[in-house]
Design a binder for this molecule. Structure first.
Ligand code: AMP
Ligand code: ZN
Length: 113
């Protein structure tokens, strides 16, 4: 989708500070980090959000989790991190192309805001 920010980042048309890329996924540091380490793992396929994940996407979403955990370990976050998917504007979603936040490098509290 030409007007989608994360489709454009995935295609390399808008720059981002990428940590990882393959044929299906891209991961990049969040431009407005909410923790000392905060990155996003994004499928290249345009899916608007968690509620739009189809059965055919189940393997891809599992890969997002697996790659995200590996990148956390490789980037100094270790195995203490927060995973967030926002769905819908009231829940805080601002980019309507599914993305997994990984936040780490500080203690996390619950409930989230
Ligand atoms: P959400 O609010 O869950 O939709 O998350 C969108 C995230 O994308 C926010 O944490 C933003 O800071 C981040 N973001 C927006 N634009 C960019 C960009 N150009 N590069 C990296 N991260 C971005
Ligand atoms: Zn998109």
């Amino acid at each position: 989708m030409s007007d989608c920010l994360f489709c454009n980042i995935a295609a390399g048309d808008i720059p981002a500070e990428k940590l990882y890329e393959d044929d299906e996924l891209v991961a990049f540091w969040d431009i407005a980090p909410q923790a000392p380490k905060h990155f996003l793992v994004v499928p290249k396929k345009h899916i608007t959000g968690p509620a739009a994940v189809a059965e055919e996407d189940e393997r891809l979403l599992g890969k997002i989790m697996r790659v995200g955990a590996r990148l956390a370990a490789e980037n100094g976050i270790g195995d203490n991190f927060r995973v967030v998917f926002n769905n819908g504007p009231i829940a805080g979603q601002t980019v309507f192309h599914i993305h997994m936040h990984i936040l780490g490098g500080r203690p996390m509290t619950w409930p989230p805001g």
